[in-house]
Design a protein around this ligand. Structure first.
Ligand code: HEC
Length: 192
C-alpha cells in the first residue's frame, strides 16, 4: 500500500510539472484542463494565452479597408488552440475548450514592389473566445451562447475591459449566428 501511495504522489508531481512547463502558467482550479486552463480561471475570467503565436494555429486574417480607399486601416489575425482546426474539419464544429484569439493591428501602408501594401503595425489588443458546451459560468456576463467572450487592450493581456458580451460582442456577431457566432468563411483551413 505504502509503495502504491508513493508512486501515486510521484506521478501527480510529474504531471503538474509537465503542465506548468507545457503552458507556462496554470490555474489548478479552472474547470478546464490543458491549454484552456491557462486561459480561464475558476471564476471564468479570461486572459490572452501566452505564446499563442508559436503554440496555436493561425486560422486566417482580415483587412479592414482604409476610409480613403488606399490600403487597410486595420489587420486582424485569428489563431485557434492546437487541434481545434482538425476537429472542426472532422466534426463541423469547435470542440469544448477551443480558444480563439483575434489580434487587432493598426495597419501601416506603403508602396512595395508588389503594389500598395498594408502590413501589421501597432497592436491595439486582442479578442478572445473560449468554447463552452456545458454552461460553466451561468452568472457571468462574459459567458453565454456557448462561448466566453472578452477584449484585452494591448497594455494588459491578463485583465479584460469587457463587462457584458451581449451588448459588447454578440450584436456584431449576429450575422455569423448560423455558424456558432464565428465568421468561419474567412478561414481556409476549416474547409475540407
Ligand atoms: C463592430 C462589430 C464587432 C464587435 C463589437 C465585436 N466583433 Fe468580433 N468580429 C466581428 C467581425 C465582423 C469579425 C470577422 C471580421 C473581422 O475581423 O473584421 C469578428 C471576428 C471575431 C473573432 C475571430 C473569430 C470569428 O468570429 O471570425 C473573435 C475571436 C471575436 N470576433 C471576438 C469578439 C469578442 C470577444 C467581442 C466582444 C468583446 C467582439 N468580437 C466584438 C465583429 C465584431
Amino acid at each position: 500500500m505504502r509503495v502504491v501511495g508513493a508512486v501515486g504522489v510521484a506521478l501527480a508531481g510529474v504531471s503538474v510539472i509537465g503542465a506548468v512547463t507545457a503552458y507556462g502558467q496554470i490555474d489548478a482550479r479552472s474547470q478546464y484542463r490543458g491549454t484552456t486552463a491557462a486561459v480561464v480561471d475558476d471564476k471564468g475570467n479570461l486572459r490572452v494565452p501566452a505564446n499563442y503565436r508559436t503554440s496555436y494555429q493561425m486560422l486566417g486574417s482580415w483587412a479592414v479597408a482604409a476610409d480613403d480607399g488606399r490600403g487597410s486601416k486595420e489587420m486582424h489575425v485569428v489563431y485557434a488552440s492546437p487541434g481545434s482546426m482538425a476537429a472542426y474539419r472532422k466534426n463541423g464544429n469547435f470542440p469544448d475548450g477551443t480558444v480563439l484569439v483575434k489580434e487587432v493591428f493598426k495597419a501601416s501602408t506603403r508602396d512595395m514592389t508588389t503594389g500598395t501594401v498594408s502590413s501589421a503595425g501597432t497592436l491595439a489588443g486582442w479578442f478572445v473566445m473560449v468554447k463552452d458546451n456545458v454552461g460553466r459560468f451561468p452568472g457571468n456576463k462574459l459567458w453565454g451562447e456557448g462561448w466566453g467572450w472578452s477584449w484585452f487592450d494591448a497594455a494588459n493581456s491578463a485583465r479584460t475591459t469587457s463587462k457584458d458580451f451581449r451588448t459588447e460582442c454578440l450584436v456584431c456577431h449576429i450575422p455569423a449566428k448560423a455558424t456558432d457566432w464565428i465568421y468561419v468563411f474567412g478561414y481556409p483551413g476549416l474547409k475540407k
